[in-house]
Design a protein around this ligand. Structure first.
Ligand code: ADP
Length: 314
């Protein structure tokens, strides 16, 4: 048997000497270089991410400041005008005063919406948002909110239609959150749909799931921005919509509220043709001894907050 260190014979019968060639190579240095390289790559990635994040924060602060300043400026100007009119008693001035009070109210709603949304984002981040679930007919919930908005939407020259394939479908939902979801989608649809456009809201019962759709014939969303809009502070940006900057929190909250219900939201859009948001909710019910109360009083306020400038342009 041939083995290391032993002697054996080759084909010619001569003695063959086995030997071992040791090639020792110090890998420590190479390994250290590789580790350093991968550390540099990781750190560069982290640096890029944090630079991107800082850029987003800077953009966000600039947008939020704009969003806070605009209504504040309007309220301040309205107060100055009211001061000028305060001693006049003719009907003409009383009407003007009422008009300015309305403008102030709507801009207060605008500020309240922004602040509420910011508070909700921080509550979501710290896990403090809990759903107040009750079994509700989802068709009624969506139809009610849609029809209460019909006069507002139609005053903008946009047709609003509601459709469903079922009369009743009971789901365990937090009605307040569902209303906020639909109001937010509708307010975006109104914001980005020109006069003579159409908005279509639908509830579809598909057995295990219920689909809620909000579709518009508005300006659409560029394909590469379709996922960004659901991210915190995610906005389309650019000049294609010059009337509003916004905070970019609305759809992030919508997505979070849908997910708290165990659902999913998706969007399809074509530039200059329109967008369609689809929410898929699992058809689940809960055991309830007593049907709970919804906070109905808050709807008017929610509508005011989501549609602060529906009657006029600042
Ligand atoms: P904000 O809270 O500032 O209103 P959102 O998160 O609701 O912002 O929306 C993010 C962005 O998505 C909007 O700034 C807009 O560019 C785009 N967007 C949302 N809905 C629509 C829509 N129906 N049509 C066109 N663009 C939309």
């Amino acid at each position: 048997m041939d083995s290391f260190g032993e002697q054996s014979k080759n084909e010619c019968g001569k003695l063959k000497k086995s030997s071992v060639l040791n090639v020792l190579c110090d890998m420590t240095l190479e390994k250290q270089v590789q580790k350093l390289k991968s550390d540099v790559e990781k750190n560069t990635e982290l640096l890029n991410e944090s630079q991107e994040f800082n850029k987003k924060i800077a953009e966000f602060i600039s947008n939020i400041s704009h969003e806070l300043k605009t209504p504040l400026n309007v309220i301040f100007s309205a107060i100055q005008v009211l001061e000028l009119y305060k001693d006049y008693t003719d009907e003409k001035y009383i009407n003007k005063r009422n008009q300015y009070l309305e403008i102030m109210k709507q801009n207060c709603y605008r500020l309240m919406r922004l602040i509420n949304n910011l508070l909700d984002v921080s509550k979501l981040d710290s896990g403090f948002i809990k759903l107040n679930l009750h079994n509700r007919n989802i068709v009624d919930v969506i139809e009610d909110i849609t029809s209460s908005l019909a006069p507002y939407v139609e005053s903008k020259g946009i047709t609003l239609t509601f459709d469903t394939n079922v009369e009743e479908k009971i789901l365990a939902v937090d009605s307040d959150k569902i209303e906020r979801i639909v109001l937010n989608l509708l307010s975006n649809a109104v914001k980005f749909t020109p006069e003579k456009g159409k908005i279509y809201v639908a509830v579809q019962d598909e057995g295990d799931n219920v689909y809620i759709k909000v579709k518009d014939t508005g300006i659409g969303i560029p394909e590469d921005k379709l996922q960004i809009i659901f991210k915190r502070f995610g906005q389309v940006g650019g000049n294609y919509m010059n009337d509003s900057r916004g905070s970019g929190i609305g759809l992030y909250l919508v997505k979070s509220f849908v997910e708290l219900h165990g659902g999913k939201i998706s969007v399809e859009s074509t530039l200059n043709e329109g967008s369609e948001f689809t929410i898929k909710l699992p058809a689940r019910v809960i055991k309830e001894e007593y049907p709970g109360e919804d906070n109905c009083g808050s709807r008017k306020e929610q509508i005011g907050m989501e549609f602060p400038d529906i009657h006029y342009k600042v």
